[in-house]
Each structure stands twice: as structure tokens, then as C-alpha cells.
Design a protein around this ligand. Structure first.
Ligand code: C2E
Ligand code: MG
Ligand code: MG
Length: 649
């Protein structure tokens, strides 16, 4: 059997299939898709001419000599411009057309090569430098090797470009984009050794298969309900924009009351509402003819990316979207009133990195709702967002250079009239920003997972302190250590903490772990496993920040707690008589449940008196002392921790 055209036939079928799939999956919009489609068409044509050439080669019929020559020439022409075209596809993938200018890129990387290859093939008709037909038999010329060298250079250019921009891609996408080259190299060698094995097109087709599988996947980028791009695509595009130092605007559209609306609507109606909003935005952007891209992130949050070319239309777009979302939307006999925050962000002038853009857009409802378009420039607290954008870097450097420190805040025992415990609080000092509050950096460490390292460091410092002579003479019974939710969810946390305690000879009653309630009960059950193991070892727990956040009584009652810490916002009731009743009765209820109470954030003598009268066991707050570095804390206890009543200096 003549197996030579079999490869080409297979390629033809596969390529036709990819082309049809691209069409039916509606992946036709945008530069990336357009170059992909052109690539598929060129490959299909190349295959067709190769099949024709092979067919005519086999016939050896002089009557078809001209057609045979043309088929080979067109095949070689198309085959050679595939790589320049692929380079344009890579430029589109990296979104770096602005580096060259789109037209210049197309001139230099498509038109010039096309003219060049065209001229070579035309010249070949006269001098046979690429190939000749000797009585219908295909014979390669000397220039064929030059063409191979030029192709190798194109491949090198593509690979170098991908290496330079590798950070823009996930490993799977990078593999997809690079896979063509080793495949082609193997095919070229095979085809050079035996010209009858026409495998080059098949290698390219397999490369396209990788691209179709890893890259051209609508499900990865399109939200099927609204039909617009989803969060993944937003993340990739924005990161790429910042990385490539592009100038663009983003219009943020947050439907602040979407979650409440979603609760009253059924699933289908909520989806329908989202589709209506997406259509409204889409119509406005289409009408404006601006160069934009739309995204639906989640929870009623839409984004419009406005390219540099159309930045002058951002204001108009934002105003139009804002106006269109104001009237009540009719939906299945109901009238839906949206609270839409529309805000323009100029990148990179106002926000210059992806994390800050996400953080800023998360919750616009913290800004007063005026119904007018908002401008990020007027809303950004730059020092805060600058800090947020460099926070991960600061944290990582602080871990590497051991710059975290543990401070201690004494906790006063009302009945014993002295300090019997203290809370360990982590501190981070940065040369540029000064002390960074844990309320800011702890959430960041939870996001990146560095809380595990920091938590272990804090715990080890505390154990070292407990094992020291200073602690033995301090009059303290135990230290309270904060555990974040993320730490509690780590399998092996219990074993880890217990082994650190063992290393320093710390007894379980010398440690109390502070935990907070979590929003969902799933998380609560994972946490329960760690807690059970630590409880079995004899360690006790406090519930931190009670009176804020979720404070689900039922869940609190079922948690194995020794202490409940009343949060400072709950404690500072500002003489609101109703809140006072809430606090009094909460204290009563907790005592009836046999829980000990630590009142946090007490700053005044008046509050000390109030909670002393309520029989709360412990008081913690600036009234007694701020959190102190270990040595100062030891000094403080030496001076103040007598069994006689504590006097505040
Ligand atoms: P928290 O556990 O509720 O800690 C009490 C916070 O209240 C501390 O803030 C403390 O400095 C502050 N505070 C104490 N007394 C007063 C007062 O009288 N008035 C006022 N206004 N504030 C008072 P800090 O140190 O900024 O810590 C903030 C939060 O960061 C902590 O809240 C805790 O949730 C977290 N955190 C601190 N250290 C650690 C740690 O080592 N690990 C973990 N996972 N979280 C930590
Ligand atoms: Mg705490
Ligand atoms: Mg607290």
C-alpha cells in the first residue's frame, strides 16, 4: 500500500475537524482566534496541495507536468509561510502587537515573508533552485536546504519569544505552544532521510492538536450563561496587559445587591438577569465601536476592558452603562431594582498591578453610593493600595530575613488581681511602611499560604518563651496563641504543634489556642478534626472576636471552648442602652454555659469597672498595656505582676 498520502489525508481530516469545531464553538472573535483560523486554513490548503502533488507524482504523466509543478510550488509556498503566521499567532497570544504596531507586525512577519517565498518559487520556475521535475520525478534543488535553515530561524524566533514571555502562560499553554517545534524537527529529519515519507504536515497537525486541546478551549474562558469571557480570561488578559506595560481602562460594574436578589430569585431567573445585564453592556459597547472586551467575574461583577485606542470613549461607555442599569429591569413579571456601582480605573496610571485591581474591585459598596459613575483616581487611598501591591513581596522578604517578631499583651485576671496570661501577637516592621498591622498582612499570608510558616514561627517563639526562666518567674499560667482558619484547615497541624511543644518541654495547660468562627460549616468540620486531636492532648481553646462576624450561637455552643473573647467593637458599646443589654445578657449566657470570658480592647477605667461588675474573669486592653516586645513584656510583669492589686502607671 502506498502509505505516503495517508499522513496528509489524516491531517486533512483532523484540520477540517478543528476548523469546524472552532466555528461551532463560536471561537471566532478576537485576534488570537482569527490567527488560529487563518493558520488552520493555510494548513488545510497546504495539505490539499501536498495530496495533489503526491497524486500527480505517482501518475508520471507528462500531460500534467505544469499542474504537478504548480502543486509543488504552491505547497512549498504555503508550507513556508506557516511559521511566520505561527509567529503572529504567538504575538497575539502574548498580546504584544503594540510593540511593533499591528500593521507593521503583519507587514514584517507575513507580507515580507510571503513576497519573499513567492519570489523564490517564481524564480524556481526558471532556474530549478528549489526543485525540478525530471520526467515527472521530483528532484530537490540546492535552495531547499536554505529554506530549511530559514524555517529553523523562524522556529528559533518563536521559541525565544515564548521564553521571553513565558510568565504570561500556564505550563499547559506553554507546552501547547512549544509542542510544534520538536514534532517538526523530528518530521523534517525523517522527511530529509526519506523524501517519500511526507510527514511534515502531520507533525504540524499534531502541533495544532496540542493547541486545540490546551489553548483554544472556550470552556476555559467563556462563561456559558452570559456568553462573555469569564474570570480566567480576565486574569490572563489583565496580567498580560500590566506585564506588557500597556495602557488601558477598566470599567468595573458591580451589582452590589446581586447576592440578595439571587436569594429571592430561582436559579434560572438569576441566570436570566445576568444575561440581561450582559446583553445591555454588550449592546452599548458594540454601538460605541470601541475596542473593548467584556468579562463576567462572579457575584454580579462585570468588567469592560477598554483598549488604549478607545480610551477617549471610556467616560461615554461608563455613563451609558450606568444610565442603562438605573431603570427597573422587568423579569418574569417582577421589577428588579439594581444597585450598580460603575467605576473607571485607568491602568497603569491609577492601578499598576493585577492584585490591586482585584482587591480594589472586590467591594465597591464600601464607597458611598451616589448613583453616578465613580472614578478610581478619587477613591484610591494610594498608600494603602501601594502597600497592598507590595505586601506579598514584603512578607516573603520578612520570612527570609527573620523579620517577624512576637509581641505579648498581658491579660488581667479580675479575681486574682494580677496578670495570669497573655496573648501572643505577631508584628511585622518594614523600613518603608513602618509597622504593618496584622489585620492587613495576616489575610495576605492566608491567601498565599505563608501563614503556615509564620504561624509555626509564632508558636515556636511562644514555646521558647514558656520554656525560659523569665516565664517561670513571670507569674503567668499560659499564653494565648492565635490560629488562623487556614492553619486550622491544614492536616497535620495538631501533630506539628504538639511536636514543637515537646521540643521545648511545654505542657498543654501552658498553651491556649484562639480560634475564630468560620462562615461555613464544611470548614468547621475539617477544623474539628485538628481541634479534637489538640483537645485530647490537653490543650484548651478560646473563641476570638466573639460578637462580630458570624457569631452563630448554635455553633458556638457546640464548640469545645474554655474561653470566649468578647471583641473590642462589641465591648465599646458607646453607652447605647440597647447594646448594653445585649452585652450584659451575653455575659450572663456565657457564664451559664460555664465559659470563662476575656474582655478585649478595654481602654478606660470605666469599662474595667463595668466588666468587673459583670463578673468577667479576664480583661485585656490598652488600659493595662499595649502589646509589648518580649523583653519589655518581661520587665512589665516584673514591675507589675505582684499578687497585690495591679495599679496602672
Ligand atoms: P485579635 O486576636 O483579636 O487581637 C487583638 C487585637 O486587638 C490586637 O491587634 C491588639 O493589639 C488589639 N488591642 C488590644 N487591646 C486593645 C485596645 O485596648 N484597644 C484597641 N483599639 N485595640 C486593642 P493586632 O495586634 O493588630 O492584631 C490584629 C489581629 O491580627 C488579631 O486580632 C489576630 O486576629 C491577628 N493576629 C495577630 N497576631 C497573629 C498571629 O500570630 N497569628 C494569627 N493567625 N493571627 C494573628
Ligand atoms: Mg486573638
Ligand atoms: Mg480578638
Amino acid at each position: 500500500m502506498n502509505m505516503i498520502p495517508t499522513f496528509d489525508l489524516c491531517s486533512f481530516i483532523l484540520l477540517s475537524f478543528f476548523l469546524a469545531a472552532t466555528y461551532f464553538r463560536r471561537m471566532t472573535r478576537g485576534k488570537i482566534n482569527q490567527y488560529y483560523i487563518i493558520l488552520l486554513i493555510i494548513c488545510l490548503l497546504t495539505c490539499s496541495f501536498d495530496i495533489l502533488a503526491i497524486f500527480l507524482d505517482a501518475r508520471h504523466d507528462p500531460a500534467f507536468a505544469a499542474l504537478q509543478f504548480t502543486a509543488h510550488s504552491v505547497y512549498l509556498f504555503l508550507h513556508n509561510i506557516t511559521l511566520p503566521l505561527y509567529f503572529l499567532y504567538i504575538i497575539a497570544q502574548t498580546d504584544t502587537f503594540h510593540r511593533f504596531g499591528r500593521v507593521s507586525a503583519e507587514i514584517w512577519f507575513l507580507l515580507v515573508p510571503a513576497v519573499g517565498y513567492g519570489a523564490v518559487m517564481a524564480l524556481n520556475a526558471f532556474n530549478g533552485m528549489v526543485f525540478t521535475l525530471d520526467n515527472g520525478i521530483y528532484v530537490r534543488g540546492w535552495f531547499m536546504n536554505v529554506l530549511y535553515i530559514i524555517s529553523a530561524l523562524w522556529s528559533l524566533l518563536c521559541i525565544i519569544y515564548l521564553i521571553i514571555y513565558h510568565r504570561l502562560f500556564t505550563p499547559a499553554v506553554l507546552v501547547g505552544l512549544l509542542s510544534t517545534f520538536p514534532l517538526m524537527a523530528v518530521a523534517v529529519v525523517v522527511q530529509m532521510l526519506d523524501h517519500n515519507i511526507r510527514i511534515e504536515m502531520f507533525a504540524i497537525t499534531v502541533g495544532m492538536l496540542f493547541i486545540a486541546t490546551f489553548i483554544q478551549r472556550p470552556e476555559a474562558v467563556i462563561d456559558f450563561n452570559t456568553g462573555i469571557n469569564k474570570f480566567n480570561a480576565y486574569a490572563v488578559d489583565m496580567k498580560r496587559g500590566f506585564h506588557n506595560k500597556k495602557k488601558f481602562d477598566v470599567i468595573l460594574i458591580n451589582i452590589a445587591n446581586f447576592l440578595s436578589i439571587q436569594e429571592i430569585l430561582n436559579y434560572e431567573s438569576a441566570n436570566q438577569l445576568l444575561r440581561m445585564i450582559a446583553d445591555t453592556i454588550s449592546k452599548i459597547t458594540k454601538r460605541s465601536k470601541a475596542a473593548v472586551e467584556l468579562y463576567y467575574l462572579d457575584k454580579g461583577r462585570f468588567r469592560v476592558f477598554v483598549d488604549n485606542r478607545s480610551r477617549d470613549r471610556s467616560d461615554y461607555l461608563a455613563e451609558s452603562i450606568n444610565a442603562a442599569l438605573k431603570p427597573k429591569l422587568p423579569l418574569n413579571g417582577m421589577e428588579i431594582d439594581l444597585v450598580a456601582y460603575v467605576c473607571i480605573v485607568k491602568c497603569p496610571e491609577e492601578i499598576h498591578d493585577f492584585d490591586t485591581l482585584i482587591e480594589f474591585g472586590k467591594d465597591l459598596s464600601k464607597f458611598r453610593f451616589s448613583g453616578k459613575v465613580l472614578y478610581a483616581a478619587q477613591m484610591l487611598d494610594h498608600s494603602k493600595y501601594d502597600l497592598m501591591s507590595s505586601l506579598d513581596k514584603i512578607i516573603n522578604e520578612a520570612i527570609l530575613n527573620n523579620r517577624f517578631e512576637v509581641y505579648y499583651q498581658p491579660i488581667y485576671s479580675v479575681s486574682e488581681k494580677c496578670y495570669r496570661s497573655a496573648e501572643a501577637l505577631v508584628r511585622l516592621y518594614d523600613e518603608h511602611y513602618g509597622f504593618i498591622s496584622p489585620a492587613i498582612f495576616i489575610p495576605a499570608t492566608e491567601r498565599t499560604g505563608t501563614i503556615i510558616t509564620i504561624g509555626r514561627f509564632v508558636f515556636e517563639e511562644v514555646c521558647k518563651f514558656i520554656a525560659s526562666e523569665e516565664f517561670k518567674n513571670s507569674g503567668l499560667d499560659y499564653i494565648e496563641v492565635n490560629l488562623s482558619l487556614m492553619q486550622c484547615m491544614q492536616g497535620g497541624l495538631a501533630g506539628d504543634l504538639l511536636s514543637i511543644m515537646k521540643k521545648y518541654g511545654v505542657r498543654p495547660e501552658q498553651i491556649n489556642l484562639e480560634i475564630t468562627e468560620s462562615a461555613d460549616s464544611e470548614t468547621q468540620s475539617i477544623i474539628a478534626e485538628n481541634i479534637t486531636e489538640l483537645l485530647k492532648a490537653g490543650i484548651t481553646f478560646s473563641l476570638d472576636d466573639f460578637g462580630t462576624g458570624y457569631s452563630n450561637m448554635q455553633r458556638m455552643a457546640s464548640m469545645p471552648l474554655k474561653i470566649v473573647k468578647l471583641d473590642k467593637t462589641f465591648v465599646n458599646m458607646n453607652d447605647n442602652p440597647k447594646l448594653l443589654i445585649v452585652v450584659q445578657n451575653t455575659v450572663k449566657m456565657l457564664k451559664a454555659m460555664n465559659m470563662e470570658i476575656v474582655v478585649e480592647g478595654v481602654e478606660t477605667a470605666e469599662l474595667v469597672e463595668r466588666f468587673t461588675l459583670l463578673n468577667c474573669e479576664y480583661i485585656q486592653g490598652f488600659y493595662y498595656s499595649r502589646p509589648l516586645p518580649k523583653d519589655d513584656f518581661v520587665d512589665f510583669l516584673r514591675k507589675n505582676n505582684t499578687l497585690s492589686p495591679v495599679t496602672v502607671e
